[in-house]
Write a protein that binds this ligand. Structure first.
Ligand SMILES: [Zn+2]
Length: 259
């Protein structure tokens, strides 16, 4: 996880036409207002989980702008992705305070079209068993429609706080900064340590960084050309760009002098 600098307001283009399953083309703000009216009119579909939100929550425009802010990678595990899934930080349909608890409804439906509540994640981080509808908080949970300012979320919102406060890396292994603290909880929630594909992807990125660093330090000759050294230096720079996959891991290892 790495801090994501997100535009405070939705890009202007997002206020243009977006789809809604029942009402054809409506504006984004209108979609939010419509959801609020629908709830006021009849909360039943929200309480039984059958309310139909627009499947694209603003369409490709939202997705494109989100990917511009966070880079083509998952907001939680930093794995590279091409399209990814629009992820609602506060789940729109239902929430669980504990893994075993039944779904509590309604969810944060009034945030379904909120730019502030949206990220792009990989399908694994987004799915049940990882984040899914699991959204534990302490303090006062926001009851519809609320500003949620009384909630302290356990899950790290990388657009609000710098995850490095809670999660660091020892080479390719994510580690909580405090034993049993919020970092450890997030590592467990997203299975950041245990997912085999994620683990090997991180290891590959780290090995590539180390190999390129080696080339950048070698003298010219024996197959090491000026161009190869230039390319290696360019890679080292790119790998530290916060929008590059696993930049959080690379930056932390450099800071700690491990690579
Ligand atoms: Zn992910």
């Amino acid at each position: 996880m790495i801090f994501i600098k997100k535009n405070k307001h939705p890009p202007r283009a997002i206020f243009s036409q977006v789809g809604h399953p029942h009402r054809g083309k409506v504006k984004w703000k209108v979609a939010t207002n419509q959801v609020l009216r629908d709830y006021a009119h009849d909360p039943t579909p929200f309480n039984n989980g059958k309310y139909l939100f627009s499947a694209d929550y603003g369409g490709d425009e939202f997705r494109k702008k989100l990917l511009e802010c966070q880079g083509p990678k998952c907001a939680y595990c930093e794995k590279p992705l091409y399209k990814g899934a629009i992820e609602h930080f506060r789940p729109k349909t239902a929430w669980q305070q504990t893994r075993r608890a039944a779904f509590a409804r309604p969810g944060y439906y009034w945030l379904a079209y909120s730019w502030d509540n949206m990220l792009i994640s990989c399908t694994v981080c987004n799915q049940s068993g990882q984040k899914g509808n699991y959204f534990p908080v302490t303090g006062v949970r926001g009851i519809a429609p609320s500003d949620c300012s009384g909630e302290n979320c356990t899950i790290i919102n990388p657009t609000k706080i710098d995850p490095v406060i809670h999660i660091t890396f020892n080479l390719s292994v994510p580690v909580g900064t405090v034993v049993g603290g919020r970092g450890d909880l997030n590592i467990e929630i997203f299975k950041l340590k245990d997912r085999a594909d994620l683990k090997s992807s991180r290891e590959d990125h780290l090995s590539l960084y180390q190999a390129q660093k080696l080339i950048s330090n070698l003298p010219i000759g024996n197959g090491v050309t000026r161009q190869k050294k230039k390319d290696a230096r360019a890679h080292l720079k790119k790998a530290q760009n916060p929008k590059y996959p696993f930049a959080g891991m690379i930056i932390e290892n450099i800071r700690k002098g491990l690579i």
